[in-house]
Every structure is written in C-alpha cells, then in structure tokens.
Design a protein around this ligand. Structure first.
Ligand SMILES: NC(=O)c1ccc[n+]([C@@H]2O[C@H](COP(=O)([O-])OP(=O)(O)OC[C@H]3O[C@@H](n4cnc5c(N)ncnc54)[C@H](OP(=O)(O)O)[C@@H]3O)[C@@H](O)[C@H]2O)c1
Length: 265
C-alpha cells in the first residue's frame, strides 16, 4: 500500500474501501473481507445506513481501531445546530470518534454546516474534516469564509470524468482529491472499453486495476467498492506495476469532462 499525507499531517492510504449500496446486512462481511485483504480506510456515510455495521466489523477484527481510518458524511442541513446533531449521531454510531467527516453534498447552509464540522473537530469528535461533491463557487466559499482548510474534496472522478483542471486547483489549495465511483459503478460495459483492455493485457492486469492505477498514479485517493472477495483483493493490488506515458495519454483521451451519472438519469 502507498500512503499520502493530508494537509493536517495525518497519513492515509491511497486506496480505501467504499460501502455505498452495500446493504447493512452485508456490510460486516464485506468490511471484514476488506480488512483481511489489507484495506485500512473505509468510506461510509449517514446516507448509506451502514455506519454501525462498519464499526462492528472493525471492532470484531484483529486490526486495532486506531489503525483503521473511517470516513463518514453528514447530509447537508439548514443550520448549524442540526448539522452538529447529525455529526453527534454519526459519531455515536461509529464509536468514540470519526477519522474524517465530510458534508456529503452542498446544501442551503454550507458555511454553517462546515462551522459545525470545525467545532466538532475542536471537540475531538472528528479528527479531520472535508467536503464531498463541492465544486466552483460552493467549494471556494468554504475556503474563503471558514478557518480550517478541508483535507479532502471527494468527487466523482474516473476515466470518463477525470477532473484534471479541478485537481490542479485542489493541489494548489493542498486539498486531496478523493475519487468516488472510480470504477464508474461498473456500468455500461466500462470494463470492456477496448483501449483499457489493451493496456490491461500489456500489464497482465484487469481493466478495473488499470482504471484505479490511472488515478492513484496522479495522486488521487480511490475508494472502490465490491462485495466479491476476489475483486476486493484485486482493487487494492495497484502498487506493483506502473502505467507508462503512452498508457496515460491514451486514457486522458477518454475524458468526457462531465459527470457520467448525470447522463444516466
Ligand atoms: N461522496 C459521494 O457522493 C459518493 C458517491 C458515490 C460513491 N461514493 C463512494 O465511492 C465508493 C465507490 O463508488 P461506487 O460504490 O459508486 O462504485 P465503484 O467502486 O465505481 O464501482 C462498483 C462496481 O464495480 C464492481 N467492481 C469492483 N471491483 C471490480 C473488479 N475488480 N472487477 C469487476 N468488477 C468490479 C462492483 O461489482 P460487485 O458489486 O460485483 O462486487 C460494483 O458493481 C462508494 O462505495 C462510496 O464509498 C461517494
């Protein structure tokens, strides 16, 4: 595993395990497998309804809690007090503290919501704070009006929506880009994309590994999700090969520079 350092000096793995759309009844099994395969970062959210099960899997495992980096997210609220209540509820479902808490997506009171995160951090309830799906003005407003620079902005990022320009801005601001849906949810035969298959063959890897390696090689943290133990193992095995410049250039050309999921609805 390779690691990166957040702007508050906390070290995190470049690959985390996503649990969106994993049913609560399946979450303990999935997270237990992920921990066994070497994952040490888990990405959950209030919205996923499986925070308790993530916590249960970590508690039942041989891995000490302090060696697992747990991220959760509050849903946006209309004011500071409700945001703090949501933070408290999320923290209590996970345990004594949460490693990283995000605002899941922008809402009507972003600055007030973020102020609640800042105060929760001061109180030791959450160790780091950040954003999810904040772009443009909404992102900039947090940087301009709040005190703590977010450690990450978790955004839709994958071969079809590469976020290259925004990633440059985030790097200048010392905010890490975390890729959500780094495998495009596996939809629309993405794993059969001819150029990806060619590159995968060349490196004796699978197309999902090429898609993830393309991101981590640029310093982007990835959060793949799977319930299949073989896939879970495959998705973390990204550090014994490297894409060359021709591979990278070919994948850059796949960028559609827009959300892939907007087109699906
Ligand atoms: N902040 C946000 O708003 C936001 C939004 C979306 C996602 N996220 C985070 O990002 C995580 C990942 O995104 P996601 O869950 O949307 O999907 P994803 O990781 O892009 O794709 C998951 C799909 O890929 C398949 N897959 C995974 N590894 C594979 C492999 N090696 N070979 C073949 N198929 C493979 C899975 O199959 P199986 O199911 O068969 O295993 C699943 O259908 C989420 O779980 C969540 O933590 C955050």
């Amino acid at each position: 595993m390779e690691y990166t350092t957040l702007n508050n000096e906390i070290k995190v793995p470049m690959v985390g395990f996503g649990v969106y759309q994993i049913a609560p009844s399946e979450t303990v099994t999935a997270v237990t497998t992920a921990l066994q395969k070497g994952y040490r970062m888990i990405d959950t959210a209030d919205y996923y309804h499986n925070e308790k099960e993530v916590s249960q899997a970590v508690a039942q495992s041989d891995v000490p809690r302090e060696q697992v980096f747990i991220t959760s997210k509050i849903q946006p609220t209309a004011d500071y007090a409700t945001a703090m209540k949501e933070i408290d509820e999320s923290v209590s479902r996970i345990g004594d503290y949460v490693d990283l808490m995000l605002i899941h997506w922008p809402g009507p009171a972003n600055v007030e919501n973020y102020r609640a995160l800042e105060d929760a951090q001061k109180a030791g309830k959450v160790r780091s704070i950040g954003l999810s799906s904040f772009y443009g003005q909404e992102y900039q407003e947090i940087l301009d009006k709040c005190d703590v620079v977010p450690v990450v902005d978790q955004n839709e990022t994958h071969i079809f929506h590469q976020q290259r320009e925004f990633h440059e801005q985030l790097e200048q601001d010392e905010v890490k880009l975390e890729a959500w849906s780094p495998l495009v949810e596996g939809v629309h035969d993405v794993f059969e994309t001819p150029i990806l298959r060619q590159i995968a063959q060349k490196h004796h890897r699978t197309t999902p590994q090429i898609m993830l390696r393309f991101l981590v090689q640029q310093g982007i943290i990835v959060l793949p999700r799977s319930e299949n133990p073989a896939y879970i193992a495959e998705d973390i095995d990204l550090f014994s090969f490297e894409l060359d410049i021709d591979d990278m250039m070919a994948i850059y050309k796949l960028d559609q520079e827009q959300s892939y999921f907007d087109n699906l609805f």
